[in-house]
Design a binder for this molecule. Structure first.
Ligand code: PGA
Ligand code: ZN
Length: 425
């Protein structure tokens, strides 16, 4: 079913659509010889890593400079001329040709926002040509056993995703022992609703951050963690690293003062101090994962954290690795983390995303597939997490269309394939 089948694209075109923040992003439609139309859209980050692939924005008067007319023109012009001009034997071949056409690092000329949408549309095209579902085609390319992931629902937002005083960006709940995807989604939504009631009662508001989590006016991460415990129990579930666990993305770039100094809730900490702060949280709360605990340019901080906490909690690199296979291999050699965040638009193409997953796997590191804070209804990452079998996804709150599109795709795959295992890999 997943044998290699060549791809012939007869037409490729793009347009600007609105993302979940109301800014334009690139949507691409690929038309195949049999008339099939495969559509894909690029997401957009807010707390982007320094080494990410580069979006092309217009910097003109429209949308405060965030227009994507140039990126759209690049697809309609030279990328369409390339892609429709020949028969493609593999996604690797097509993605390599996109890289050669761009000719600049990080797709800074063509735009990673153009390239990632083209690459995802092409991946859908290859799966269609092979008569395979997207997740099954991905499993075939990666040689992996498929698995339904533990969803990590971001229910409290801070950092660059909210206007409150919380320095940590994301507080997630993960129904590790839910047994099925459908039940995991139910648990996530029940806790979300219980949290809404507590937040509304205590703070008089249930305003949301960019990823659909609540953004109450609090600044102490411990207060946020206590809110999660209260909500998990109020919803009739059990907090615990093997039950309903908590995961953090402090996104420490956002509160790094420079030179290994950090400020959390008004308190200044060095690398040892911040490591101790995390150790204290892990001892008091059922935290299973900490992402970007240190800034991308603070290797001493990452080494300090690893020496103290590796093996006690999952340590994830996001801005640290930017889904780049070379940076992942470097992180593995230094022993900074035991897990990697996977965001296709950070590196630019589907085949480079596959290479990042392979690099993590070869280093014995876990992967968590991730959305961006600016999203669309595109569900590619849901198929990616199932096909790659990595067992962990974060796609924001269990609410708001652009977030639940991914979770609803997972439960659709589960209905079609009831024998797929659920849970951490
Ligand atoms: P971003 O945030 O999409 O704004 O970069 C997500 C994350 O940091 O994981
Ligand atoms: Zn992150």
């Amino acid at each position: 079913m997943t044998a290699r089948t060549p791809l012939e694209v007869t037409a490729l075109r793009a347009r600007g659509i609105l993302d979940s923040r109301g800014y334009p992003t690139v949507e691409v439609t690929a038309v195949l010889g049999d008339g099939a139309r495969l559509v894909a859209a690029a997401p957009a980050g807010a707390s982007t890593g320094e080494h990410e692939a580069v979006e092309v924005r217009d910097h003109g008067p429209e949308y405060g400079g965030r227009g994507v007319r140039r990126a759209v023109r690049n697809v309609d012009g030279e990328i369409a001329a390339l892609v429709t001009g020949r028969v493609w034997e593999s996604i690797d071949e097509l993605d390599a040709a996109l890289g050669a056409l761009g000719g600049t690092p990080g797709y800074s000329r063509l735009g990673a926002n153009a390239v990632v949408a083209v690459s995802i549309a092409a991946a859908r095209g290859f799966a269609h040509a092979a008569g395979a579902e997207l997740h099954a085609w991905i499993a075939g390319r990666l040689g992996t056993a498929e698995r339904l992931p533990v969803p990590h629902f971001n229910v409290l937002n801070g950092g660059a995703h909210a206007v409150n005083g919380l320095d940590f960006q994301e507080f997630m709940i993960a129904p590790v022992d839910a047994g099925t995807e459908e039940h995991a989604v139910q648990v996530g939504a029940e806790v979300y609703h219980a949290l809404a009631a507590v937040v509304r009662e205590r703070y008089g508001t249930a305003g949301l951050g960019d990823e659909g989590g609540f953004a109450p006016p609090i600044s102490d991460p411990r207060v946020a963690l206590d809110l999660l415990l209260t909500a998990i129990e109020a919803a009739g579930h059990t907090p615990g690293v093997d039950r309903v666990a908590i995961a953090l993305d402090p996104a420490a770039n956002g509160f790094h003062l420079g030179s290994g100094r950090y400020r959390i809730d008004g308190r200044e900490l060095d690398d040892e101090g911040l490591t101790g702060y995390y150790r204290d949280l892990i001892e008091h709360y059922p935290i299973r994962s900490v992402e970007d605990g240190f800034a991308e340019d603070d290797p001493h901080g990452w080494a300090t954290q690893a020496a103290a906490l590796l093996g006690r909690v999952q340590l994830v690199g996001d801005d640290l690795y930017v889904t780049d296979p070379a940076r992942i291999r470097d992180g593995a050699a230094h022993g900074y983390t035991d897990a990697v965040l996977i965001k296709p638009n950070q590196i630019g193409t589907v085949s480079q995303t596959f290479d990042a997953i392979r690099a993590a796997r070869e280093a014995g590191m876990a992967c968590m597939v991730s959305h961006r804070s600016g999203e669309t209804a595109d569900t590619f990452i849901a198929d990616l997490v199932v096909g790659s079998g990595v067992g962990q996804l974060k796609s924001g709150a269990p609410a708001r269309g652009e977030r639940v599109a991914k979770y609803n795709r997972l439960t659709e795959i589960e209905i079609d394939h009831p024998a797929l295992p659920y849970g951490l890999a």
